[in-house]
Design a protein around this ligand. Structure first.
Ligand code: NI
Ligand code: MN
Length: 225
């Protein structure tokens, strides 16, 4: 049974047996990071989009671990120039890896890299990760979209990471609707309380979600899927 751990902001790890994945490894310069990039062990580094608070330490973690970076074709071409192993995906496409499957889903957001996000890294995505017989959805940075209903209908989602921070992504009310659409068994709110701009009351969000178990993880905490 896979275990997930929240490392702050949108960064999570998924561990199943010997398989270690990290998604959106923004740790250096992350004021709420619960780990140091140099301490991360991972065989795969999944990156939803090029913004610094997601791509973060992807290259250094991948280099040190000889890990494979998974992201859009545009994003992995950019990080591939740093000499790391990569696997390109694109929206609607999935691939079977040794640990399970990753499928890229749409996300409505921006997708550039660099201080002003001007280096094109393709559209942002979310990920459906199937591992150890469980399906985990990381929405990435996105606004609410109605196709989440389709994602929920076509996938038996055991755990969903959804942003609730507002300003750059869904706010808690939109995230509640997202959870209605996705029908996950568990939901973990992310992308909030990293900075004042995205401060939110996760307990208030949890109290309003009716169709899933909300697991509020503090940075450094985890749960089974
Ligand atoms: Ni972003
Ligand atoms: Mn973000």
């Amino acid at each position: 049974m896979p275990e997930v751990k929240f490392l702050g902001h949108a960064c999570v790890t998924i561990t199943e047996g010997n398989h270690k994945l990290i998604i959106d490894p923004f740790l250096t310069d992350n004021p709420v990071a619960a780990a140091k990039a140099d301490d991360i062990e991972a065989g795969y580094v999944l990156v939803t989009h090029g913004h610094g608070d997601h791509i973060g330490d992807a290259v250094s973690i991948a280099k040190r671990n000889d890990a494979t970076v998974i992201g859009t074709f545009e994003l992995v071409n950019l990080v591939g120039k740093e000499g790391v192993k990569t696997h390109p995906l694109h929206i609607g496409g999935g691939h079977n890896f040794d640990f399970g499957r990753v499928k890229a889903t749409i996300a409505h957001h921006g997708g550039g890299y660099g201080p002003d996000a001007s280096q094109y890294t393709g559209p942002p995505v979310g990920f459906l990760v199937t591992i150890g017989g469980k399906t985990i959805y990381h929405a990435g940075d996105t606004g609410l979209f109605y196709d989440m209903k389709l994602i929920g209908e076509m996938n038996d989602i055991d755990l969903a990471f959804v942003p609730i921070g507002d300003n750059f992504t869904m706010d808690p009310d939109d995230a509640i609707k997202a959870v209605e659409f996705l029908q996950p068994k568990k939901v973990v709110p992310i992308h909030y309380n990293t900075w004042d701009l995205i401060a939110q009351d996760a307990a208030a969000f949890a109290a309003k979600v009716k169709n899933a178990e909300v697991v509020i993880l503090k940075p450094g905490e985890g749960c089974s899927v």
